[in-house]
Design a protein around this ligand. Structure first.
Ligand code: FES
Ligand SMILES: [Fe+2]
Length: 373
């Protein structure tokens, strides 16, 4: 179940310099490049001329990216501006000499790309206030999981696994049972606040906490980047904040972008411990998610099938949201797309420019599941 019309992270900003970069998302390839002013752009990677990979080309001084095969140049809007072999290279450009161009935003150290043709209906990008606040120290991490995006999110949103998988006791009476919590809807996701009363813990972080203190956890799911934001109190006023962001490479592989912040032990030599504490959980989650079955699921209107009180509130809200996005007609029809791919009928994610002018495109668009279901 892959969803279009969402802002996804395409790459870390620092990895896109003066050379085009390929990014695979939603089972399609895209090229990222910068113009001389430094603005990042994203086009469909497949050249409309003979199908070469634009990411093997070059960033040109006129702000275009040139194809590695015959040197056609494409601007930020995806329009071909130059055909080197033509009698008049900058004139007589065929109407179909264009590729899809997608909106980009550079924020929080990432290049965000809106993969769809309805940016006016986008769930808005979120702020990351810790990123510019010197009170917070940051560590980052990237990984690729052999798991579909929903399994990656499930090990983020699930409550009971915190104790079972990570050994984090939730409450003294029953360490596996989450405290009561309510979910609040947001324009771009949903959030909850959970108060737990875990038994005291040891270790350098555990010592910060007073005996039997309540622990406040704030969790927010944002549609952009399929992001789980978490703020977990380590002690009064001290928190570990993380943003766990997911980009679907395809149906069975997902990229993880993680940023974690802390507002205590700010010395740089504490970074490794901070990252290791977060990664310990990440790798435990990865082992669960990569072995989940079915590999390409879920793609059903009802999920999960069995619900138990408290543990599933966030997952139920997540799936309700997925069903809404599917109902808008934004879900890729993977069965039909698989068949088209097998038959050599190359399809791309629809872009805003294509919606504005549907004529003269070399490649068709990926089939989508009809809305309203
Ligand atoms: S294949 Fe790209 S210019 Fe010919
Ligand atoms: Fe987890």
């Amino acid at each position: 179940m892959l969803i279009t019309n969402v802002w996804y992270i395409a790459e870390w900003s620092e990895n896109v310099t003066d050379k085009p970069v390929k990014a695979r998302m939603l089972g399609r390839d895209f090229v990222l490049f910068r113009d001389p002013a430094g603005k990042a752009h994203c086009l469909s990677n497949t050249c409309c001329h003979r199908g070469a990979s634009l990411s093997q080309g070059k960033c040109q001084e006129d702000g275009t990216v040139s194809c590695p095969f015959h040197g056609w140049r494409f601007n930020a809007e995806g329009r071909c501006t130059t055909i080197p072999s033509a009698a008049n290279p900058a004139g007589d450009i065929p109407a179909a000499a264009k590729v899809d161009s997608y909106p980009t935003e550079e924020r929080h150290g990432f290049i965000w790309v809106f993969l769809g043709d309805r940016p006016e209906e986008a769930h808005p990008l979120f702020d990351m206030p810790e990123n510019t606040d010197p009170a917070w120290r940051k560590v980052t991490f990237t990984d690729t999981w052999k798991a579909n995006i929903h399994w990656m999110k499930m090990v983020d949103l699930d409550q009971v696994h915190l104790h079972i998988v990570h050994g984090i006791p939730l409450n003294e009476e029953n360490p596996s049972r989450p405290s009561a919590h309510a979910v609040e809807q947001l324009p771009n996701g949903f959030r909850t606040h959970i108060v737990s009363r875990p038994p005291p813990r040891g270790g350098s972080w555990g010592q910060l906490r007073q005996e039997r203190a309540e622990v406040n956890s704030y969790l927010t799911f944002y549609v952009p980047g399929f992001t789980l934001y978490g703020k977990v109190e380590i002690a009064k006023g001290f928190s570990n904040v993380f943003y766990s962001m997911s980009t679907p490479i395809d149906e069975e592989n997902t990229k993880l972008y993680l940023i974690a912040f802390r507002n205590f032990m700010l010395e740089p030599d504490k970074d490794k411990d901070h990252l290791d504490r977060n990664l310990r959980n990440v790798y435990q989650d990865k082992a669960i998610a990569e072995n989940h079955f079915p590999k390409r699921a879920p793609d059903v209107p009802e999920w999960p099938v069995i619900n138990v009180d408290r543990e599933d509130l966030l997952m139920q809200t997540y799936w309700r949201l997925m069903r809404q996005l599917r109902g808008k007609g934004w879900q890729v029809d993977r069965l039909r797309l698989d068949e088209l791919d097998r038959n050599g009928d190359h399809r791309v994610i629809p872009s805003p420019g294509r919606r504005a002018d549907p004529a003269n495109w070399v490649y068709g668009t990926v089939p989508l599941v009809a809305g309203g279901q």
